[in-house]
Design a protein around this ligand. Structure first.
Ligand SMILES: Nc1ncnc2c1ncn2[C@@H]1O[C@H](COP(=O)(O)OP(=O)(O)OP(=O)(O)O)[C@@H](O)[C@H]1O
Ligand SMILES: O=C(O)C1=C[C@@H](O)[C@@H](O)[C@H](O)C1
Ligand SMILES: [Mg+2]
Length: 443
């Protein structure tokens, strides 16, 4: 179970007129144009999206020699179009997942040059790949030079190949602070669900123990929830896609804006019961929704397992399905005492009329829908679902789904297709639907 009290205050910092991030995590949209014309066009479009900050990803800019005046031209064009939205200058090198490699002296020279013209073009922050460069003896001097112009340094580090341990992530951020970064940023790639938790836990610790604000994210579709659940991580900036995404997993800017608001001020007047066939992702989506909104989550199967001290497949084996179904009904009764809670039901829960009646007293019922092929792909390696254990095949799943789907369809208040598999988008859709029906609101 999670409660909103888990949410942490973020560290704050003044950056050329904006405060990172006093109330809500700031939304940053990247410019990824490859020539001056495209950069201008993107700046104009992105200005209309009204982000808090815009990042110019200078490594997308296609120039042969890294000539300062050409970079200045771009910054001028961006600033002219942005109407006072502050800029982050970032040259993401290919070492850290960027578009181009660059000689380290050129990299430093450009950072320094941009800092010198930063006030003129409203550059508030400069991203310095601090971890890669941390052993360079001149890095301390570079940071001091950059900071003396009034611009803030984001120390950054990227792991596209995996997620380091909680301790290592924390140490990277701490090393950045010690090296003089004003803001410490790390992006990691999850391979499994536990990696997402690792990033969240490391962020929490860094947000608590460091003086500098942090920016953290777990990338890709699996990690995308961390771009929203910044009230848990303490991340002061999150990146939303404008014209293009600049890293895997960035949801569109508008989606980020709504979900951050949901996180900050979302109010709900009901429980949300997730139903649907086994493996459609009820537990997964309830977890993501809870991370985003801070609402409590309860998994009915898990509730039963904890209450009985037995795995579901053992309850089925020892006492039979009817016994399990009675436990399920009792669990749903118990859970109606809860308020503002996301309840992920077992796949068979709404087959009993009585259970639907219980749910209807306090819950909006949301059905997750997927094809048998999607379900098979997701559950084929699992052994904890007794109803599938004897025959794990698309044919068997199709048969069972044909029996059950009409029932799900008839009891659902909201239906959402999850074949595409984007967790954050699914949460967005559900909250938007709840908003339409008046059950959910943001300030
Ligand atoms: N949107 C998604 N994209 C990719 N994989 C997903 C997605 N949602 C769930 N999965 C994966 O599918 C599997 C089943 O998900 P989950 O356990 O959440 O389903 P469930 O509906 O709760 O199943 P059950 O009815 O048995 O409780 C998990 O391994 C999960 O990681
Ligand atoms: O669909 C079902 O009947 C079930 C789904 C699981 O979530 C468990 O509740 C149990 O394995 C039964
Ligand atoms: Mg489940």
């Amino acid at each position: 179970m999670r409660k909103r009290e888990d949410f942490v205050p973020m560290k704050t910092l003044e950056c050329r007129g904006i405060t990172l991030s006093d109330k809500q995590t700031k939304i940053c949209v990247p410019i990824t144009g490859t020539d001056l014309e495209e950069i201008k066009e993107q700046a104009e479009k992105i200005a209309n999206m009204n982000p808090d900050v815009v990042e110019w990803r200078a490594d997308f800019y296609d120039v042969k020699d890294n000539d300062e005046t050409e970079f200045e031209q771009c910054l001028k064009a961006i600033n002219d179009n942005l109407k006072k939205i502050p800029i982050i200058y970032t040259y993401r090198t290919s070492n850290e997942g960027g578009e181009k490699s660059i000689d380290v002296d050129d990299y430093c020279r450009l950072c320094k040059y941009v800092s010198e013209i930063s006030e003129k073009y409203n550059v508030a922050m400069i991203d310095v790949e601090l971890y890669e460069n941390k052993d360079q003896k001149n890095i301390g001097k570079l940071l001091l030079d950059i900071k003396s112009t009034g611009v803030k340094v984001i120390g950054s580090n990227h792991h596209f190949e995996g997620t380091p341990s909680e301790k290592d992530i924390f140490n990277v951020l701490k090393t950045m602070e010690e090296a003089g970064a004003d803001i410490c940023k790390i992006a990691v790639m999850p391979k499994e669900k536990v990696d997402v938790k690792t990033l969240i836990n490391a962020s929490k610790k860094a947000n608590k123990e460091l003086n500098a604000p942090i920016i953290t994210m777990s990338m890709g579709e699996l990690g995308a929830v961390t771009r929203i659940c910044t009230r848990m991580t303490g991340s002061v900036i999150t990146f939303g896609a404008g014209v293009n995404a600049s890293a895997p997993g960035q949801p569109p800017c508008e989606m980020v804006r709504f979900l951050l608001k949901a996180s900050e001020s979302g109010k709900i007047d009901c429980n949300v019961a997730l139903i649907g066939f086994m493996g459609t992702g009820k537990t997964t989506i309830s977890n993501a929704l809870s991370r985003i909104t801070g609402f409590k989550e309860v998994d009915v199967d898990q509730y039963i397992v904890e209450k009985e001290g037995m795995a579901i497949k053992d309850i089925f084996a020892e006492n039979g399905e009817q016994y399990f179904r009675n436990l399920e009904t009792q669990a749903l009764r118990d859970l109606q005492e809860e308020k503002e809670t996301i309840i992920s039901c077992g796949g068979g829960a709404v087959l009993r009329d009585e259970n639907v009646e219980i749910l209807n007293t306090g819950s909006v019922i949301v059905q997750l829908k997927a094809t048998p092929e999607t379900v098979f792909e997701r559950v084929k390696d699992h052994t904890h679902r007794p109803i599938l254990n004897n025959d794990m095949s698309v044919r068997h799943i199709t048969e069972l789904m044909n029996q059950r789907e009409p029932r799900y369809n008839s009891v659902a208040d909201i239906q959402v297709n999850v074949d595409k598999g984007d967790r954050v988008e699914t949460c967005y859709y559900i909250l938007k639907e709840l908003e339409k029906t008046g059950h959910f609101s943001v300030e």
